[in-house]
Structure formats: structure tokens, C-alpha cells
Design a protein around this ligand. Sequence first.
Ligand code: ADP
Ligand code: ADP
Length: 226
Amino acid sequence: MAVIELKNIVKQYGDGYPAVNDVSLEIADGEFMILVGPSGCGKSTLLRMIVGLEDITSGDLLIGGERVNDKAPRDRNLAMVFQNYALYPHLTVYENIAFPLRLAKKSDQEVREKVEHAADLLELREHLQRKPSQLSGGQRQRVAMGRAIVRDAEAFLFDEPLSNLDAKLRGQMRTEISRLQRQLDTTTVYVTHDQTEAMTLGDRVAVLRKGVLQQCASPRELYEQP
Ligand code: ADP
Ligand code: ADP
């Protein structure tokens, strides 16, 4: 069953051609879907509409079979990991990861169990009492992922999560994200302009150009195309 379903989604900001133009796409349970394309093709806009940070001009967005066009981000049960991490600098790693659970008024015990579980998965156990400023870029990225993991979200959404990292770290994080996604088996939508990321991480790759979905296929199918 499709966890996320886009039906003829359009986003028109002003005049001119739409930023997202009649995109239809079904993202299956557990699937790792990549949205790829050059700068300005509409990737971020599409992701932001899915998470609810941007209004949809027309079309239908379904999550778990339910139309969510008019639902607030907090009612969509999705977890977004941003390019700039969006960590709270004054909070420890532990409290950064715990943040969504605190908002949801979970018990201290549940918070501890979930944060420690996420920290184990992400190899952050020794860093829980640090502040984000005391971490490397890769570690900060992991904290941002930890915050997504503890939410038990329907899906993870990533907006160019590795673009601020150097090439070596990017390679490491790519491996790590791939491992995590297989381990957690969570539906994932991942925006990138990086072909290598797209081809190594994705179960399927949706190629956007000027707001239009050009094709959507597995990396192998894309690779073998004439
Ligand atoms: P990408 O993420 O692929 O770089 P975006 O989704 O950011 O592309 O942008 C798609 C198009 O929409 C671009 O032409 C961009 O200039 C335009 N756009 C994005 N955000 C806004 C906005 N808030 N207001 C007006 N135009 C926007
Ligand atoms: P508040 O409304 O208390 O100021 P936020 O604006 O940070 O808090 O978040 C409101 C709600 O939006 C959160 O409870 C959460 O469910 C949702 N939300 C916040 N950040 C994200 C995110 N990165 N991904 C998905 N949902 C989010």
C-alpha cells in the first residue's frame, strides 16, 4: 500500500510556470524514494508540501490513505531532517533528540528508552550530554536523524541532508543512512541534487525538471536506459 500518494500536485507561487506541475507519485511502505533534479526544479517545494510547510495549489496529498492537504504539519506524523540540522544550540544532544517526545508529553521513562535506543543506532551514546556546538557535522546530522527516529513517524523526509558535509563525511553518512533505513524499514523521501546519492540510496528515483516529473524508476532501470 502507498504510504504517501501524490495526485496531480501543483504549486504555483506567482505568475510564470508552476514550481511543481501536475506531479503524481506513489511511495510504498518501506520504500526509499529519491527526488532528484537540478537547482530550481521543485524538489524542496514538493517535499515542503508533503510535510505541510507549504500550501498545495491543487491536487491531492494522501498519507496512509487519508487526504491531508489541509492538515497542520504536526498532524501528519512525518519526521523531517533539514539540511541545516535545525538543532537547538542551548539543549544537550539528549534533549535535542527528546524534543518531540517532550512536546508529546511522554513519560521520562519512555523518553529515556527511546532516546537511548536512537543513540545506540546512531552511535551517539557517548555524546548525549554534549551541546551541538561540541559535535562534528556528521554527529550533528545524526542528532537530527535521532530526533526523527524517536517520533515513530509514518515516514522520514530528508532535504539535502548531506550537502553541508565534506566529501569524505558525505560518503560515510550515505552508508549510514542506507544502513539505518534498512534497519528501521521506514518509508523515506529524500531530496538531493547529487546523482551519486540518488543512485546509491534510492529504491526508486523520481527525476524532476522544471516542476515536471520526467520519470520514476529504480537506479538499475535508470542506469540501463539507452
Ligand atoms: P529545488 O529545491 O529543486 O532547488 P525549489 O522547490 O526550491 O527547487 O524551487 C522551485 C521553483 O520555485 C524555483 O523556480 C524557485 O525560484 C521557486 N520558488 C521556491 N520557493 C519560492 C517562494 N517561496 N516564492 C516564490 N517562488 C519560489
Ligand atoms: P510549537 O508549535 O510548539 O512552536 P513547533 O512549531 O516546533 O512547536 O512544532 C509544532 C509541531 O510541528 C510539532 O509538534 C511537530 O509535530 C511538528 N513538527 C515540528 N518540526 C517538525 C519536523 N521537522 N518534521 C515534522 N513535523 C515537525
